[in-house]
Design a protein around this ligand. Sequence first.
Ligand code: ADP
Ligand code: GLC
Length: 485
Amino acid sequence: MTPVRVLAVASEVYPIVKTGGLADVAGALPLALKAHGVEMRTLMPGYPDVMRMLGGAGEIRRWPDYFGGPGRLLAGSHGGLDLFVLDVPHLYARPGNPYVTAEGVDWPDNGLRFAALSRIAADIGHGLVPAFVPDVVHAHDWQAGLAPAYLHYDNRPRPGTVMTIHNMAYQGKFAPQLIGTIGLPWDSFNVHGLEYFGGISFLKAGLQLADRITTVSPTYAQEIQSDEGGMGLGGLLRERADVLSGILNGIDIDVWNPRTDPHIAYRFGADDLTFRAANKAVLQQQFNLDSSDEAPLLGVISRLSWQKGLDLLLEAIPTILGDGMQLALLGSGDRDLQDRYQAVARANPGRIGVVIGYDEILAHLIQAGSDALIVPSRFEPCGLTQLYALRYGAVPIVSRVGGLEDTIVDIGEANTSDRDATGFKFAPVTVEALTGTLRKANTAFHNKATWRRLQLSGLATDVSWRNRAGDYAMLYRDLVAARRT
Ligand code: ADP
Ligand code: GLC
């Protein structure tokens, strides 16, 4: 197996900085790729948490003026991950969320901040760090979208480039004037380059100019080629369909392992699922829910945004209450949704529990203690919480879109018997379909044998990165070979 060197570029990496699933993927994939002969280093911005956790990182280069202020490139490692860190304090030394101010508004210089990240990625691609000259530069999401663009317009021998879409809804759109300040030629402002409906888009640039495009599930790879799913980029993706593929996400099965998880009250495995009841009791306590083993407890762990369809779940609350179910929701995001969920919890003590915030530890307990995990997304590139749920014996109830379609087997889908079914899927994404499926799941829950079978099939499902990392390794090797000929 010829070793391949890949520079991954990501704006968040678990366990250092995380706002969503991208961090989980960027933190787990490099570890899984080692077994496939891929040496991956990941470039990320030097946010305060990164600088704190990589105290021992060594300086590789220093610039008095990098995009308007002093900057350094550091190399270090954390938990088995090899990292490059772009330390540019005037761009990244800001507290809180990496993308928005404390008021929840995008930082006004986000264009500059993530152009800087992509510029250094391209330079590493050209050999800036002699000890690590990559064969491939792999850009994740819009924040890294200009990396393939810089490499293209630099017009020099270059590594292969891969652009991965984790979410079409975030496209990194800016005014065209930015081109003049980020060192790209003005002729990049055209329909074959950065131009996007009169402005520029970092994601569009990456999709247009990378050698290969991937997204995080096969179904989403199809959906984004439609006008609706493509969110403005469907035409481009149809044109580039020959280089587009969907590779399902895996999860880190060591971080998410109910047998060893330090964050749950009682550890368990497939042979002692009864211990889940003890986790359920603790979860009910933490969410101020009535203590009851008989009431099916529905869990949600999610960003609260239009994508996630949680406004539909609010409308299903009467069904949840009427059918004797409970709800424990952990989430943060849209103000309006936060307020509405808190109001519903206040109105229904003991039955609906809501925690607004971001809490990694509580997320583990919800997976270990809830009977079912609900993901009613309008679109979902892959989705990770349903994969954690499979591993923890929480039966997923999901909408039939994107990666949810690809990762869950509906109870009606397993043809002769429901042996291999792992959960429930509903379509279309409406309140009616959701409530119908909640009722169906409620009935199944009260049939202990059926429910146990669903849980065991979930636990037996391979949700690890093992095979999926192999698909990335193959993609990198194909790309390297194709560029040699
Ligand atoms: P997305 O990336 O679209 O938010 P994913 O399902 O791919 O959706 O990944 C979400 C990740 O973020 C999961 O690891 C999930 O457990 C975590 N997560 C989401 N919201 C919260 C929260 N409020 N508290 C803790 N973890 C959360
Ligand atoms: C995005 C998507 C989610 C996916 C994650 C990791 O945030 O919304 O579906 O699982 O990226 O790829």
